[in-house]
Design a protein around this ligand. Structure first.
Ligand code: PLP
Length: 395
């Protein structure tokens, strides 16, 4: 099926919830994807921050093929060796004390699980979240998502959330003192908001405030987790360990799976029936998790994430105002709206992402891009910037 036919059929049959790029992808390998007509794209968008190991990594493909021939799925009513091994890998990489795992299917579901566990543990219902934060679109995860555009139409049914500005510990103290707050949820790097980094001292301060007021701290690491930022969790660079960490996008290197890492004290209080998910912990997803985490560690890809960041920063430095984020979760601040630049990059065969900040372009490349891929991206960016400059700016 060619691109035009694919687009026409999807537009006809799917409800129009997405603003899709005008292309239809049929194949992927490493950092590249191809459309039906054979056009190749260098994927610095990572399929929306998902493709941690590049597309169709052979280790993941092999693990999926082997598992598909053995047992595709059985639910959590039965134990499973592949689930046990995936949990072992995850627990080994988790920050100390957070080696208790719940498997789910999406970032939203992981966040809802974390919020439910916090409510149960504390016996409270309030949530404090950050202005600019994004946590998902199902009703439970939408509640702490800050963007009015997505939340306002459902405000009447969403659990109560209080938002504070990132960095403002006085505001946080005021909210947490009011009692009734079960959890504070934050993204250690606010990705969709424009790759805004959260100051290290702030998170340590939040940790202390949460301890003081008996509130749980949740890191939404749906984007930052699984090594993309150079460490498995942002708790290491931030010097503060939360009570719960949610993981999704990169966890299965493309296979839908999410997880919640749960602190020992919280895990001890969890009882049968507190949470559940038919497909959570399914065998195919678990095979992907095991292969992904094994490859991440054995190929030393967390170190590579940091190298890629440094290479990108060095090569785009002269033409962008700022490079934000860490590892392979980067925000490039441009001196102009990024929309035409993103388009110009696509016409050169390079995919990147936008953000809620019209001047911030998001890069979420796989941790397997080569030095040559980084150079190709930087050269394409220079061309795109020249092509979108006003005549006065062109050089
Ligand atoms: C930080 C963060 N949390 C949660 C989510 C929701 O994840 P999902 O779309 O898998 O439900 C997203 C999605 O982009 C996200 O970026």
């Amino acid at each position: 099926m060619n691109t035009a036919d694919t687009i026409a059929i999807e537009q006809n049959l799917e409800i129009p919830t997405y603003d899709k790029m005008p292309m239809a992808l049929v194949r992927g390998e490493g950092p590249y994807v191809w459309d039906a007509e054979g056009t190749r794209y260098l994927d610095f968008y990572g399929g929306h921050c998902v493709s941690l190991l590049g597309h169709c990594h052979p280790n993941v493909v092999e693990a999926l093929q082997a598992q598909a021939e053995t047992l595709i799925f059985y639910s959590n009513v039965a134990h499973s060796p592949i689930r046990a091994r995936a949990a072992q890998r995850l627990a080994a990489l988790a920050p100390d004390g957070l080696g208790n795992v719940f498997f789910a299917n999406s970032g939203s579901e992981a966040n809802e699980t974390a919020l439910k566990l916090a409510r149960k543990y504390t016996g409270r219902s309030g949530v404090m979240a950050m202005k600019g934060g994004w946590h998902g679109r199902t009703l439970g995860s939408l509640a702490p998502t800050h963007d009015e555009k997505y939340r306002a139409p459902y405000a009447d049914v969403l659990p109560e959330t209080t938002w504070v500005s990132v960095g403002d510990l006085d505001a946080a103290e005021a909210v947490l003192s009011s009692e009734g707050i079960a959890a504070v949820i934050l993204e250690p790097i606010q990705s969709i908001a424009g790759m805004r980094e959260v100051p290290a001292g702030y998170v340590q301060g939040l940790r202390a405030l949460c301890d003081k007021h008996g509130t749980l701290l949740i890191f939404d690491e749906v984007q930052t987790g699984v090594g993309r930022t150079g460490t498995f969790s942002m708790s290491e660079p931030l010097g503060a360990t939360p009570d719960l960490i949610t993981l999704a996008k990169s966890l299965g290197a493309g296979v839908p799976v999410s997880g919640v890492l749960v602190d020992d004290a919280v895990a001890e209080t969890v009882e049968t029936g507190d949470q559940g998910s038919t497909f959570g912990g399914g065998m195919l997803a678990m095979a992907a998790v095991e292969a992904t985490l094994k490859t991440l560690v054995e190929d030393n890809l967390m170190t590579r994430a940091t190298e890629i960041h440094e290479q990108v920063a060095a090569q785009v430095g002269p033409v962008v105002e700022e490079v934000q984020g860490r590892g392979c979760l980067m925000g490039l601040t441009l001196d102009r709206p990024i929309a035409p630049v993103v388009k110009a990059l696509r016409t050169q065969g390079v995919l990147v992402g936008g953000s809620s900040d019209p001047h911030v372009m998001r890069l979420m490349p796989p941790l397997v891009v080569s030095n040559e891929d980084v150079t190709a991206f930087a050269e394409a960016l220079h061309v795109a910037l020249d092509a979108t400059a006003t005549p006065a700016e062109a050089h």
